[in-house]
Design a protein around this ligand. Sequence first.
Ligand code: GLA
Length: 392
Amino acid sequence: MTPPAAAPDAGSVRSLFVERFGREPEIVASAPGRVNLIGEHTDYNGGEVLPIAILRRTWVAAGRPSTDAGGAPMLRAVSANQPAAMGTAPLSSPKRSGQWWDYLTGVAAPLLERSGRSDSIDVAVASDVPTAAGLSSSAALEVSTALAVAGVLGLELPLEEAAMIAWRAETGFVGVACGIMDQFASALCRAGEALHLECDTAHYDFAPFKDALLIFDTAIPRSLRTSHYNERRAECEEALRLLRERWPDLPTLAAAEPEQVMEAHLPPPLDRRALHVSRETRRVRDAVAALRAGHRISRELLVGSHESLRDLYECSRPELDWVVERAITLPGVQGARLTGAGWGGCAIVVGDEDALREAGPVLAREYESRFALVPRLWLSTAASGARVEASG
Ligand code: GLA
């Protein structure tokens, strides 16, 4: 299991702020990474998702410079996870820089505008959310920044709005075409529960989730994921367009019943994409019903989701398929599937915590010798969502 190297916390991000900016921060906030239990590639199709927050968080300390030089408002940002140099960006008419602090600028600039103030803002960041693994480190950074900056500016910011501002920063400023799941999960999740989010309306509720998870990062480089993701989004839009020729009132692709999709005889591969989305969103409903009834999410649902992603959505890879197939043969494992966008990234193995502790090293060893890749593994339970930790 990948050891938690000196996990950052409210105290360490506060110390970083003091060290780099020479005074106390006004506020500290934090937000977690996430994994999705079931409901993959449904969020941008108006469907349902069921993520949990993981036990890894991003911490942000923020404050305004004590002596305001009176110029244009600026962001200054430092991170315990990045090279020592300080990032700076204008907060009025900001431009994307291609640097890590774009996530902060994309969140802070609209909040400053909303506040009607012209303060500069200093931010320090520390995180143990793994990057480039598909665990939403960017959502954790955006959401924690939104809470901290809103606090500094004296703005009331309900968690739903923090999620929305974070999502707009990711899609509109940083320029990544994702659905709303990641930012909403980071903002709204609760310990011991899974977040059931309807992505067409952003309505949500919770279902108890007591199992543990082994998060298995396949260590496959991420480069191909974005282009495939955008291709799938375009295919889904086209599938919806064709279905609407027949059912003009169909609100979203996820709303199409599996029977409708089959009856429509869409051209391949649109038929497979649409069938996955339709069935997957219904699997989420079944999973939520099971959890509410005091059961676990069944192996059929978890593995069924994986097989659909493999065969219909075609976003798996042999490495992910192997992890799933091998994991479910191990004792105490309830089920497994790829999670997040796919084409690499992580699989989750769901089960009893003790059993997963045993399963982890077995899977890691065999994976490494089979694929010559060194995986990263983390154990998690359903953790808490974003929160303000302290204000000065
Ligand atoms: C990525 C995106 C999410 C979602 C998943 C697939 O993680 O960021 O919005 O679309 O892929 O379910």
